[in-house]
Design a protein around this ligand. Structure first.
Ligand code: WT7
Length: 670
């Protein structure tokens, strides 16, 4: 059944009693497919793109690269696929990412356009223009050069959501340094690991970070963990906490420099370095099947093209009139591609918000949307589910009629959340783009095009022009319909190039199962009769908590690093709020007592080692874990008990009685 939805602003939201909203959502749950809202006229020529890309994908990307990016030296070769899976795009061309994001807009007379309407947690505001971003980027680039950073060196960035994070990334891009951003919510020890394995020369961080009225002393944590990293020569510190909740910050002579002092002393002019299109732009560590995070490497030309093109196409962007807001954190790929590189390369005005969605009150997001007349809003299903819990009265307090397009990313969006987003936030008139992609893909791969694609709540719909996903059976047979393993069958410009300094793991992880020309995504999916993709979830030991990727092995290794723990196995359990939640089965050492205090201690321990988001939701004491005769832990069985399912085949276990004991434990555990 299809429905054309032409609702008025906030129709189901404002005013209407909770009961009416519930009834309307229940009615819509039966609607399988939504035609593009009748009042929505697309601005971007994506239908033509789809035709061009189908006829000649490589030629399509070449045309987009010429149209959307400014090149210092035009490329003559588009795709080099002679050594798969090590693909190269535009490789004899030269360009600079920061020049594409800043200089070209300023040169076109747009210097006074606001790049970021920044809002701090305590209501502070800063409007940063493209000209100001360019000025600071040049100074920081010169500052980094003065600290000895050269093209190809790695610079760590561990900053909260403040404009300086964009300046830091762009300054690296300007001189060809490779940034390695670590999410501000990760613990300093996770930062240390990522600095160590990438041999970072400089780390750019902050005195302290604010969260819901409290200030965490970030630099102090960095000092504790990073006193002895031989390759780390300098720490640049942004003064951010200011008069509100300021923290004392010790500076080590010879190593530490204040960001503002570095900028003040720097030459204001730093010409952008023309870099080869395959020059590395950044590494971003992401979780995989082992405890060791993967350093996903993206390069200059292809990545910037992917971010720029998809940001335009998927959000139907008009840089002249749109005000865009992505609520992610810059520390994730979503922030890299859709807070920094895509929006800046397209020259649009964005909102950047430092704080939490529920502080000072549950309506802060909607207040910001109304105040800045945001037209495009991009967030995650887990956030939408939180908003549903808080209630429709919070968005109803504000005028959301400026919104045109709504985006979702990070995990499958359940139809109920989709409908609430559509009705309560979008007033029934905004197309929803459910965007499927990964850190590895660099930019959005499967998504509706607003105003063109009919949407089905819960499906990311169809591939973007130039992208070729397919479903395979376990044996590698293509499936025209049904459930299978998701792959991408041809290279695309913004694909990862390798895992940093680990080509072997790159090939092994993504290109060994179906050969060097078929990218293994790591997700299972269903393909329906209309050619729509429905992402089911990961097929590896990766857990998706609130759209954040965590590896079971990483959490396990954090748990066993606690002296009381003998062994641990971590699985995901479906969760109504966070999509998945972490359940840890823990065997304690003989002399230890598994009580509530110990649960609290282990959760804290994981938070300290990795970050709060990795804290297990449940800890279940296990006398023994289900293992095969060869000693491999059978996580499938643990998932079954955690989610209260009938247990599958236990005959391959060394000791089948283990499962009955665990099932009894789970039934009584909190
Ligand atoms: C994994 C990638 C891409 C930025 C955020 C996460 C899951 C992502 C969707 C979606 C269903 C999704 C997949 C994917 N995922 N977007 N729209 N629908 N699942 O990036 O940390 O690299 O995680 O997130 O499982 O493989 P990431």
């Amino acid at each position: 059944m299809a429905a054309t939805d032409t609702g008025d602003a906030n129709r189901a939201g404002a005013g209407s009693a909770g009961g009416e909203l519930e009834a309307e959502l229940a009615r819509l749950l039966a609607v399988e497919s939504f035609d593009p809202p009748a009042g929505f006229t697309p601005r971007q020529p994506e239908q033509a793109d789809a035709r061009d890309a189908a006829a000649d994908p490589v030629g399509f990307w070449a045309a987009k690269a010429r149209e959307l990016l400014s090149w210092d030296k035009p490329f003559t070769r588009v795709l080099d696929d002679t050594n798969p899976p090590f693909y190269r795009w535009f490789d004899d061309g030269e360009l600079n990412v920061s020049a594409n994001c800043l200089d070209r807009h300023v040169a076109a007379g747009l210097g006074e356009r606001v790049a970021y309407h920044w809002r701090g947690e305590e209501g502070e505001r800063r409007d940063v223009t493209y000209a100001e971003l360019l000025a600071d980027t040049q100074k920081l680039a010169n500052g980094l050069l003065s600290l000895g950073v050269a093209a190809g060196d790695v610079v760590g960035i561990y900053l909260p959501m403040i404009p300086e994070v964009a300046v830091a990334m762009l300054a690296c891009a300007r001189i060809g340094a490779v940034h390695n951003v670590v999410f501000g919510g990760f613990a300093p020890s996770a930062v240390r690991e990522r600095m160590e394995v990438s041999d970072a020369k400089v780390l750019i961080t902050v005195d302290g970070a604010r969260r819901k009225g409290r200030t965490a002393a970030v630099k102090a944590g960095v000092d504790e963990e990073m006193a002895d990293l031989p390759k780390l020569e300098h720490v640049v510190v942004v003064r951010s906490t200011g008069p509100v909740g300021g923290v004392e910050t010790a500076m080590r002579a010879g190593r530490d420099v204040w960001y503002d002092e570095l900028l003040a002393a720097a030459d204001p002019v730093c010409p952008p370095a023309p870099l080869g299109a395959e020059h590395p732009l950044f590494i971003l560590y992401s979780s995989g099947s082992t405890a060791k995070p993967k350093g996903i490497l993206h390069t200059t030309g292809g990545y910037l093209l992917g971010a720029t093109y998809t940001h335009r196409a998927v959000f139907d962007l008009d840089p002249e009139t749109d005000v865009y807001w992505c609520s992610a954190d810059v520390g994730w790929i979503t922030g890299h591609s859709y807070i920094v590189y895509g929006p800046l390369s397209n020259g649009v005005t964005s909102v950047m918000y430092e704080g939490a969605p529920d502080y000072p009150d549950f309506d802060i997001w909607w207040q910001l949307i109304a105040e800045y007349k945001v037209t495009i809003f991009y967030t995650a299903p887990t956030a939408i589910r939180a908003c549903i819990k808080w209630g429709a009265e919070y968005p109803a307090r504000h005028d959301l009629s400026s919104l045109r397009v709504l985006g979702s990313v990070g995990e499958p969006i359940n139809p109920k959340a989709w409908l609430w987003y559509h009705e309560v936030i979008g007033g029934g008139r905004c197309p929803i783009v459910d965007t499927w992609w990964q850190t590895e893909t660099g930019s959005i791969m499967i998504s509706p095009i607003p105003g063109i694609t009919s949407t089905k709540p819960g499906s990311a719909t169809r591939p973007l022009p130039g992208i070729t996903p397919a479903l395979l059976t376990e044996d590698g047979e293509p499936l025209a319909e049904g459930t299978g393993v998701l792959v991408i069958t041809s290279p695309w410009p913004s694909m990862l190039r390798t895992l940093y300094r680990d080509d072997e793991r790159f090939v092994q992880t993504y290109f060994s199962r179906f050969g060097p020309r078929t990218y293994l995504v790591g997700d299972a999916a269903r393909l329906d009769a209309d050619g729509y993709f429905w992402i089911i979830g990961r097929i590896d030991d990766v857990i998706n908590v609130s759209g954040h990727r965590l590896s079971t092995a990483e959490v396990e290794s954090a748990l066993v690093s606690h002296e009381a723990v003998a062994e641990a196995a971590v699985v995901a359990q479906a969760d109504a709020d966070t999509g998945q939640a972490i359940v840890a089965f823990v065997t304690l050492r003989g002399d230890q007592v598994g009580d509530d205090d110990m649960i609290a201690e282990l959760r804290d321990h994981v938070a300290h080692r990795i970050g709060k988001l990795a804290r297990p939701r449940r800890v279940i004491w296990a006398e023994d874990l289900p293992k095969t005769r060869s000693g491999k832990i059978m996580r499938r069985l643990l998932r079954d008990v955690a989610e209260g399912r009938e247990l599958g085949d236990v005959t391959t276990l060394r000791d089948p009685s283990v499962m009955a004991a665990l099932a009894a434990k789970v039934a009584t555990a909190p």
